[in-house]
Design a protein around this ligand. Structure first.
Ligand SMILES: Cc1cc2nc3c(=O)[nH]c(=O)nc-3n(C[C@H](O)[C@H](O)[C@H](O)COP(=O)(O)O)c2cc1C
Length: 220
């Protein structure tokens, strides 16, 4: 793992150029489902995971657990789970929406060189329960925060990442042989993207439109 020293206080490069670049990073992050098959260096993946662990976590509980899914057999089970769940999902739609759903590519599991499962360790005592007495779900939210950091960090490296939730979490968790107290939060596929887009695929394929931010902000 490469250790890059953080900038000292007073020298943080968070200037206007950085802010514009950061905005570009956020806008150009995509859920990627089309990957080239060339490998991702292990050290790069490790560095991304390490960066993700600097995300916020309730009570500093750091409940994230990352599983690099390398076994072809286990990957195959995940691919089969996706295929079955996707077929089931398709049956929930009708008419043109069903045809549109069927035309969408909703995972790149077969092509992606990296499969990464991210769990929340529900039994962790790290943080001594601080912040989650009344909202225990914040443990999982903390894992989501790490995933988002990973997503942006991957994009900054030119690496694409997709989040696949069209899966049976019980089957996937069983296939990965992890401790019973771990809850699957995210199943991610990563690799070099075959294409780049500024707009979400689901928007491009008229599945859903982006909301105007002004409609999402309220005052009370
Ligand atoms: C929790 C979560 C689960 C998702 N699961 C899937 C999935 O199973 N398949 C898929 O194609 N995209 C999945 N996505 C990606 C979303 O479809 C995508 O983020 C959204 O359409 C916006 O596109 P963008 O990420 O390119 O901006 C998921 C995203 C999130 C946050």
């Amino acid at each position: 793992m490469t250790t890059i020293k953080p900038a000292p206080p007073g020298h943080l490069p968070f200037d206007a150029t950085f802010r514009a670049t950061f905005r570009d990073l956020v806008l150009w992050r995509r859920d990627v489902r089309r990957f080239r098959r060339d490998p991702v260096p292990e050290e790069l993946l490790d560095n991304l995971i390490e960066l993700a662990t600097h995300g916020p976590s309730v009570g500093l509980s750091q409940p994230w657990r990352f599983v690099k899914v390398k076994s072809p057999q286990r990957r195959q089970i995940v691919c089969e789970s996706f295929a079955a769940a996707n077929d089931d999902a398709l049956r929930e739609y009708e008419g043109t929406q069903r045809a549109n759903y069927a035309s969408l590519k909703l995972a790149g599991l077969k092509e992606a060189p990296v499969h990464l499962a991210v769990f929340a360790d529900e039994s962790t005592t790290t943080g001594s329960g601080l912040g989650r007495q009344t909202m225990p779900e914040t443990l999982r939210y903390s894992v989501v925060a790490a995933v988002q950091t990973l997503w942006l960090a991957a994009r900054a490296e030119g690496l694409g990442m997709g989040w696949v939730s069209i899966l049976d979490p019980i089957a996937v968790t069983r296939a990965l042989d992890v401790p019973a107290d771990w809850t699957l939060v995210a199943y991610l596929d990563l690799g070099w993207p075959a294409e780049e887009h500024l707009d979400p695929e689901l928007e491009r394929h008229h599945w859903e439109a982006r909301h105007y931010t002004g409609d999402l902000v309220f005052e009370r």
